[in-house]
Design a protein around this ligand. Structure first.
Ligand SMILES: NC(=O)c1ccc[n+]([C@@H]2O[C@H](COP(=O)([O-])OP(=O)(O)OC[C@H]3O[C@@H](n4cnc5c(N)ncnc54)[C@H](O)[C@@H]3O)[C@@H](O)[C@H]2O)c1
Length: 246
């Protein structure tokens, strides 16, 4: 059984993934927040990152400041430095694959500009510093894939919740079961490097995931439309601003 390191193991995304992956992998969990059966440490520390990556075959890197309203000063270390530390740790460990948690915020500017559909081939167009730093992670991941032969799979996640938080969340919602489908594909598909959208099968099709379907075999099932009548309206007038909801 291969060893899979999951960073950010105390977080909301990890909580939905870990039970589904536990039977297929020998899991090593880590977070800076203490958690039973996890290695406690901070991935801003390159030495810790190197140690915790040692001996693993695959890494799912989720640890980050996940608040899209944060400024650069808050994001630089956990969302940029830590990504490089983990990629360096992967190289040192001779891990085969790293899956990076990105965000639709990398393309939120297209939403503000009124795009009817946004595919994985759209140019990066962040709507915030958080989205910009996620684009950095994608591009530095590409360099590590080219330079070091790592397999690097970047997943631009939509809003991962049991149900959409508000009307603006309907197009970009990602259910827990679809999240598992997405990561299962990302962990097994024959991909050297790629950037993919992670959204459920939401009505309206604003966020396209054609590449995820073609290359990762990702076929989402859930549709946020079933919550449309019960979610609150947003007060925000700018769609990019509504993407900032956490
Ligand atoms: N939840 C979503 O809707 C969503 C949407 C798009 C992208 N993402 C991305 O998915 C990933 C996981 O998000 P989440 O919702 O689980 O976030 P979360 O805030 O629930 O969990 C993040 C975890 O990372 C840990 N962490 C943060 N900085 C760390 C560091 N320097 N060293 C070690 N651990 C650290 C935190 O302690 C926390 O447990 C993040 O990269 C986030 O940007 C999440």
């Amino acid at each position: 059984m291969s060893t899979l390191l999951i960073t950010g193991a105390a977080g909301g995304v990890a909580r939905r993934l870990i039970p589904a992956l536990a039977s297929a992998y020998s899991l090593r969990l880590t977070d800076r927040t203490p958690l039973p059966d996890a290695v406690t440490g901070d991935l801003r520390d390159a030495a810790f990152a190197r140690d915790v990556c040692s001996g693993v075959d695959t890494i799912v890197h989720l640890a980050a400041d996940a608040n899209p309203n944060q400024p650069w000063s808050a994001l630089r270390e956990p969302n940029a430095d830590a990504v490089v530390n983990v990629l360096e740790g992967a190289v040192a460990a001779k891990a085969g694959r790293v899956v990076l948690a990105g965000s639709l915020h990398a393309l939120g500017g297209h939403v503000d500009a009124g795009a009817a559909t946004i595919g994985e081939d759209a140019a990066p167009y962040p709507c915030c510093v958080y989205g910009s730093v996620k684009v950095f992670a994608e591009t530095v991941g590409r360099w590590y894939a080219e330079e070091h032969g790592l397999h690097v799979v970047c997943l631009r996640l939509g809003g991962v919740r049991d149900r959409p938080m508000a009307r603006s969340w309907l197009p970009g919602w990602l259910s827990g079961p679809d999240l598992v489908r997405l990561f299962t594909g990302a962990l097994t598909a024959d991909v050297r490097y790629g950037v993919y959208h992670g959204v459920s099968a939401n009505s309206g099709g604003l966020w396209r995931h054609d590449r995820a379907t073609a290359e990762l075999g990702y076929r989402p099932v859930d549709d946020s439309a079933r919550f449309a009548a019960e979610v609150p309206d947003d007060l925000s007038t700018g769609v990019g601003r509504t993407l900032h909801l956490t």
